[in-house]
Each structure stands twice: as structure tokens, then as C-alpha cells.
Design a protein around this ligand. Structure first.
Ligand SMILES: Cc1ncc(COP(=O)(O)OP(=O)(O)O)c(N)n1
Ligand SMILES: Cc1nc(C(=O)O)sc1CCOP(=O)(O)O
Length: 711
């Protein structure tokens, strides 16, 4: 039978009058009374030594005190003492007197609590009428070293879920290693959607405290208020499919730039400089500060903390702990990168220390690191682990991140060729990035920095939920890596249409702008295969229009040499505002003020280089000089081999060789078109395929006429 009165188990004090805990010069009654003044809601007298008479006397005196505070007094193990004193009940363990007998002896009105460390024990106790469960051991504790099993927050949550599912509303507290530093995280991480804890049972954090009243007050306040780190954790959890997540990515990236959040990096020496630069590049404000005491102030600045465990030593670990607590107190996010977690016993222990020191919003690591974190239950306890020696397949990786995120109630990122990200409910795989990332020091670490910027900015009002912010950071970082890597590989960077670029906003990307050089009437009879150049220019104009890429078209001394040829005119009109046409010049190079001062190229309006595709006549004159000018101003130059010619065809090969030597890339117009798209999934694909199909004959003609031995 369940006790009819609902007891307030919020802060449950279990006494201990041993020298190690109570100390030599304090007495039990004073300490308990101080704790009661501080807000303790239940007291259990737990004495493991002493005669029965002595115990009864202690209990009687203590009951006199607890009654004054209207707080129930329970006796550990000893039904006889409880009966003798007439106090409110007992607490029994699995090896103590059985519940049915205790109930028979105490009667229906007394409170009976039962220890449970497994689901079976918990279900049995509930079925037999326990009034509450003492669930533990949550964390290893010196107060009781002979505990059966350290079950961690995940174990408590599992028990809560299972008893709720079985229909029991038995009240619950958890016990073992609870203190003011972890109490909020325990409630947060133990919370099952089906059932919450009713309170925590504590011995040493109160009984051994120099000021039991103050610590009890603090504990009570922490338990009954929402943890700062949990505020705004949810966001828009309805975003569950990949498309919707990707749609939110540009706004997250943009928001980082708009809010310039602090990215506080406690990171290893190798990557400090790189991480600071990456923070700046993504729009955050970096600070590389390893001294834990500073975090109390830095945590108030609205940023996020990165704990990168690249180098581990005792003082570093202490600094991480201090900073973690400071950020938790401020409710600011923390990203944990357990670098080399499984490599040494010291690092494995450090993982345990950090997990038990505070709440980590994001844990990011490679497969080995995440496995180690998963296997490291708080306080180094090994349990229900993934075998660290095997390599996981994709499904197992997804299961691992999901399980760890569910256990820690946070977001877990497992990096690799495919990254896996989960918040315990939603799990995504990300296939972006580049093999070069694995060849450069600090890339993994700086991903942590990028994530910190996104989640800090999110908290500053970014709106999206934490998982989306993390995914946005990963995509930002990895797509930037792809783009940075492509010129090294094939000398091209044609991946995005300007539409996409606008969406991605903050990414330092620029589309490849076609520039069409001096294709004028007067040149028609003089230039080798002039018409073929026109065909390619027309195709490029049409493709750029579909892809919304800006276009520049020049004329050389238009008054004398005539307009851009009539075949291109309708397409210039269709391109509308995308095209800067009729840029007349006398210089041979297209690098004239109308182009060099355009935002596309001006270094004052953009802090990045542009990619330019050149199509035009006289490859050895105007095209070469334009290419050299653009290269000199730091832009990347591509020459459409099927879009350039000269009066004498022999000039073309020489000009192309020279431009290539100077750093230009020689390609074909169709190759350019496809690289501008990058992906057949883009909305413009259909339109571009139309252009390609309709121009198929032109392409063949231009290639046949203009390209041969000259490449
Ligand atoms: C609230 C609460 N929960 C668990 C225990 C542990 O009781 P038990 O299993 O009987 O172990 P001992 O306390 O006898 O060492 C408890 N005392 N209180
Ligand atoms: C009395 C007791 N029972 C436990 C169990 O797991 O059943 S752990 C424990 C001791 C808890 O002490 P502290 O709050 O100092 O860690």
C-alpha cells in the first residue's frame, strides 16, 4: 500500500556521524538542525555502528528536532528503532528486511523507502508498495564504497521510464555523489519524459559542509530553479527532415556574422592561431584563454566555450572544470572536444572528470573519441560500452551518437568521412568535407570553434534549435573546405550559382563570372572562326542568366568598331540587370574602372577573390591582357578554350600556354556550365540542361572549330 500523504522529497538528508564526514568537533543534532534551517525536506538517520539503546536515544532526540521543522524522520535499516521512537518511517536496502514484513511491522501509515539499482529491483519495490525509491548509485562516492553498481544518469532515467511505463507513481530520489556542482545536471539528465525525480538524497555534501545551512539553501535553490544551461535548449524541434534543416542553414550562418559571438577557446597550442582565424572567418570573436578563473567573467559575455582536450595536465584539467562550471552557471553553451580521449589512461580519466564536472552542450569527436566518451561513465566507471577496438559501420555510428546524446541530453557529433550528428532523437549524416581536412592539423579542433560560434549566436536569439545550429556549423565549415580544396585539385571553383551564394550569405564564395571580351561586328571577317566564339559566348550568356551569375561584356572603341554582335543582343537583354554590357574601352585589357571598381571585384566591397571565365576574340591580345590583370589583382581566371580565338589561329595555342603559365585555368564552356551547377539537385538544373541541349550543335561546332591541337 502506498503512503497516502505525498512527501516532499526535494532535498533528502541522509546523516553520517563518522569522523570522516561529520568531523571531530561538531555534533549530529546541530548539523541536522542547520540543514533543516537551510531547507532539507526529509531526514534519514543512518548509523552503522552503536548499540540499539544508543541509536534509539539518538533517533528520539533527532525526531524532536525534525518535528519542530515539520520534516519526516526515517531510520536506515532499523524497523525496531523506528517503532521505538514513533518516527515517520524507515529506509531499507535490498539485503535488509523484506518490504512486506516491514509494512506488517510498521503499519499502513508509515513511510517505507527501498533502495533500487536495477529496473527489476525498482519494479519489485513498487509492486510491493514502497512509498519511494532511493535510486543509486548515481556517481561513485567515498561515503559508501561498497555500492553494487554505478548507474549514472542514464541508469536512473531508465528506471524512471520503466516504472512509469508499468503504471507506478511511486516517488523517487537518487543517491550517490550528488552535490551542488552536479545537482542541476543530474535532474536534467535523469529526467525521463515519462517521469521525473522527486528529489535527491545527499550525505557528505551537507553533513561535511562547513556551513550546512548555507549549502542546503543553495542546493534547494538549485533544485527548484531551472538550470541556466537548460534555458532555451529546445528551439524548433519540429525540424526533423534534412531538407528543412538545410533550409535553415543560411540564416544560422548569417546570424553568426550579425551577432559576432565570443568563441572562448581553451585549446591546444598547435591550433590556437588557426582556431582564432577560423573564429574570425565565420564571424565570431575569438579569445584564446586557458585560465579557468577568467571564465567567470568571460562566461558573462554571451559567447560559448570550447574545451579542447588536446593537451592534458592536472592544472589544465582544473582550468577546464572551472570554466565549465562558470559557463554552466551563466547558461552559456559549452563544446567539448575530447581529443585523443582513448589514447592514454590519463585522458580516459580526464574524460570522466569533465563529464562529471558540468553540462556539455555538444560533444564532438572522431569515432574513437566518441566511443571512449560513451564508455566512460562519470567517474571512470565502465558500463554497457561499445567495443573501442572495432570500427563501426554507418548504422552503428548513428546508433552511437544517438545513444550518447540521449544519455547526456545534448548534441553529439561523430566526425569522419561521413559525419553523424544527433540530439538523441533526430540523427543526421553529413557527407560534406574534403579529404584534405584530414591532412591539415587543427581542422577537427577548429570545427569545434565553428560550432561554438553557431550555438552561441543561436542563444543570442538565432531561433533555431541547437541541433540545427550544430549542423549549420558543420556544413559551413565543410563546404568552405571543399571550395578551398577544389582549386588545388583541379584548378576550378565553379560550384555555386549566385542564388545559392546569396542564400549562403556568409560563406566566402564567389561565382565564376563570365566576361565577354570585344565580340564586335568589325572583327567578324578578321578573326579565325569568329562565329564559333559567338556560339560559345551565347551559350555562356544563357547559362549565366539561368544561374543568375553576373556577366560583364566589353566593347573596344565601339564608335569605330561597332556594337557587340547582333546574335548576342537578345541574350544580353534577357540577362537584364545581371549583365554589365557596353563597357566601352580603349585599353586592350578588360580591367577598366567599370569592371575593377564593380563590387564583384573591388577589394573594398568584398574581402575575397572573384573567379572569372573569359570568352573573347584575340586570345593573344585582349584576352591575355585581361587574364594577366585579373590574376595580378588576385582573382582566379578561367579561359574557355572553345570561346577564344585570334586573327591567326596559331596565336591561340601560344596565348593559352602563356595564360596557363601565369596561373589561369584553361577549360571548356560546357565544363564551366556543369561546374557552376555543381549538383543536379539544384533548382536551376532543368533550365541549364535545356540550354546545354539546345546548344549541343553549337558546342560541337565551336569545339571542332576552335579547339584541336591548341590545348
Ligand atoms: C534515500 C536512500 N537511498 C538509498 C539508501 C541506501 O540504503 P541501503 O541500500 O540500505 O544501504 P545502506 O544505507 O544501508 O548503506 C539510503 N540509505 N537512502
Ligand atoms: C547511503 C548511500 N547509499 C547509496 C546507494 O547507492 O544506495 S550511495 C550512499 C552514500 C551517498 O553519499 P554521498 O551523498 O556523500 O555521495
Amino acid at each position: 500500500m502506498t503512503h497516502p500523504i505525498k512527501i516532499d522529497y526535494t532535498l533528502y538528508l541522509v546523516t553520517d556521524s563518522t569522523l570522516a564526514i561529520l568531523g571531530p568537533d561538531r555534533d549530529l543534532y546541530t548539523v541536522v538542525e542547520q540543514a533543516l534551517r537551510g531547507g532539507v525536506t526529509v531526514v534519514q538517520l543512518r548509523e552503522k555502528t552503536g548499540d540499539t539503546a544508543e541509536l534509539v536515544a539518538k533517533a528520539r532526540k533527532l525526531h524532536g528536532i525534525t518535528k519542530r521543522y515539520g520534516v519526516p524522520l526515517l531510520i536506515n535499516d532499523r524497523v525496531d528503532v523506528a517503532l521505538a521512537v514513533g518516527c515517520e518511517g524507515v529506509h531499507v536496502g535490498q539485503d535488509d528486511m523484506d518490504l512486506a514484513t516491514v509494512r506488517k511491522l510498521l503499519g499502513p501509515d508509515k513511510i517505507i523507502g527501498v533502495t533500487a539499482s536495477t529496473v527489476d529491483e525498482a519494479l519489485r519495490a513498487c509492486e510491493r508498495g514502497a512509498d519511494y525509491l532511493g535510486i543509486g548509485t548515481v556517481y561513485a562516492t567515498p561515503t559508501k564504497t561498497n555500492t553494487k553498481e554505478i548507474i549514472g544518469a542514464a541508469g536512473v532515467r531508465e528506471i524512471l521510464t520503466k516504472i512509469a511505463e508499468a503504471g507506478h507513481n511511486t516517488q523517487t530520489v537518487c543517491i550517490g555523489g550528488v552535490n551542488e556542482l552536479n545537482v542541476q545536471r543530474i535532474f536534467h539528465q535523469c529526467h525521463s519524459p515519462k517521469k521525473a525525480l522527486d528529489g535527491v538524497a545527499i550525505v557528505s555534501a551537507i553533513m561535511a559542509a562547513p556551513d550546512p545551512e548555507a549549502v542546503s539553501k543553495k542546493l534547494h535553490g538549485l533544485i527548484t530553479s531551472e538550470p541556466a544551461f537548460a534555458a532555451d535548449l529546445g528551439g524548433n524541434q519540429s525540424v526533423a527532415d534534412a531538407r528543412s534543416v538545410v533550409d535553415l542553414v543560411p540564416s544560422v550562418i548569417k546570424h553568426v556574422h550579425e551577432t559576432t559571438p565570443l568563441s572562448h577557446n581553451m585549446t591546444n597550442l598547435v591550433v590556437q592561431n588557426i582556431a582564432a582565424n577560423v573564429a574570425l572567418a565565420v564571424g565570431a570573436s575569438p579569445i584564446m584563454a586557458g585560465y579557468g578563473e577568467e571564465a567567470a567573467d568571460l562566461g558573462k559575455l554571451g559567447g560559448a566555450l570550447v574545451i579542447n582536450m588536446g593537451s592534458v595536465d592536472p592544472s589544465g584539467l582544473e582550468n577546464y572544470q572551472k570554466a565549465l562550471r562558470a559557463y554552466n552557471q551563466q547558461g552559456r553553451p559549452v563544446v567539448y572536444d575530447p581529443v585523443g580521449a582513448g589514447a592514454t589512461a590519463i585522458r580516459r580519466a580526464a574524460v570522466g572528470t569533465i563529464l562529471s564536472s558540468g553540462y556539455l552542450d555538444v560533444i564532438k569527436g572522431n569515432e574513437g573519441e566518441i566511443k571512449t566518451v560513451f564508455n566512460t561513465q562519470e567517474q571512470e566507471e565502465q558500463q554497457r560500452g561499445v567495443d573501442s577496438s572495432t570500427t563501426l559501420d554507418a548504422t552503428q555510428k548513428a546508433q552511437l551518437v544517438r545513444a550518447l546524446a540521449a544519455r547526456e541530453k545534448n548534441v553529439v557529433v561523430l566526425t569522419g568521412k561521413t559525419d553523424f550528428v544527433s540530439d538523441g532523437t533526430r540523427t543526421f549524416a553529413i557527407d560534406n568535407g574534403h579529404a584534405y581536412l584530414g591532412m591539415v592539423t587543427g581542422t577537427g579542433c577548429t570545427l569545434g570553434t565553428t560550432i561554438s560560434a553557431a550555438i552561441a549566436s543561436r542563444k543570442a536569439g538565432g531561433g533555431v534549435d541547437r541541433l540545427v545550429a550544430v549542423i549549420a556549423a558543420i556544413l559551413h565549415f565543410e563546404i568552405a573546405a571543399e571550395i578551398a580544396a577544389v582549386p588545388l585539385l583541379i584548378g576550378l571553383k565553379f560550384r555555386y550559382s549566385s542564388n545559392e551564394l546569396n542564400q549562403l550569405g556568409a560563406l566566402p564564395l564567389i561565382p565564376t563570372t563570365p566576361s565577354i571580351c570585344d565580340i564586335q561586328e568589325k572583327f567578324r571577317p578578321a578573326i579565325h572562326e569568329f562565329d564559333k566564339v559567338v556560339l560559345t559566348a551565347r551559350k555562356a550568356l544563357r547559362a549565366a542568366t539561368v544561374l543568375q551569375i553576373p556577366i560583364f561584356v566589353t566593347t573596344q572603341n565601339r564608335a569605330r568598331l561597332g556594337n557587340t554582335v547582333s546574335e548576342l543582343q537578345p541574350h544580353l537583354q534577357t540577362a537584364g540587370s545581371l549583365v554589365q554590357a557596353n563597357l566601352d574601352k580603349t585599353r586592350f585589357s578588360m580591367w577598366i574602372p567599370g569592371i575593377s571598381s564593380h563590387p564583384q571585384f573591388s577589394s573594398t566591397s568584398t574581402d575575397h577573390t572573384s573567379d572569372v571565365l573569359i570568352i573573347g576574340i584575340e586570345s593573344h591580345i585582349c584576352v591575355t591582357q585581361t587574364a594577366l590583370d585579373l590574376l595580378q589583382h588576385g582573382h582566379r581566371v578561367y579561359i574557355a578554350a572553345d570561346g577564344v580565338s585570334s586573327t591567326n589561329r596559331e596565336e591561340v595555342g601560344i596565348a593559352l600556354a602563356r595564360m596557363r603559365h601565369a596561373g589561369a585555368v584553361v577549360t571548356s564552356s560546357e565544363s564551366w556550365v556543369y561546374e557552376c551547377m555543381g549538383d543536379a539537385g539544384i533548382p536551376e538544373f532543368k533550365g541549364i540542361v535545356g540550354v546545354v541541349k539546345e546548344s549541343a550543335g553549337d558546342t560541337r561546332e565551336a569545339l571542332g572549330g576552335l579547339v584541336g591541337s591548341k590545348i
